[in-house]
Design a protein around this ligand. Structure first.
Ligand SMILES: [Zn+2]
Ligand SMILES: [Zn+2]
Length: 82
């Protein structure tokens, strides 16, 4: 199952690896969740913050802080620091 999600992401579908909703699609708009990506270089793992059970302050400052945090500290299972 995880492999299928990764294949979709590699094909450039920009889909959430958890729920499969495509980035900036109607369903994505309705969800209103920011996205977080794996901090490993060249990794195309992206999920909604809500799909990763990541909680954040729901305003611009919160989104920015979430993005900053994710760019250094969020990893997919494959790149999880040991
Ligand atoms: Zn999702
Ligand atoms: Zn990764």
């Amino acid at each position: 199952m995880i492999e299928a999600a990764e294949t979709a992401a590699e094909a450039g579908a920009n889909a959430c690896a958890h729920c499969g909703i495509v980035y900036q699609s109607e369903a994505d708009d309705a969800l209103k969740s920011p996205w977080v990506g794996c901090a490993a270089k060249k990794c195309s793992y992206w999920i909604h913050a809500c799909c990763g059970n990541i909680f954040y302050r729901d305003d611009d400052a919160g989104f920015k802080a979430l993005g900053r945090w994710a760019s250094e500290h969020f990893f997919c299972k494959r790149h999880m620091p040991k």
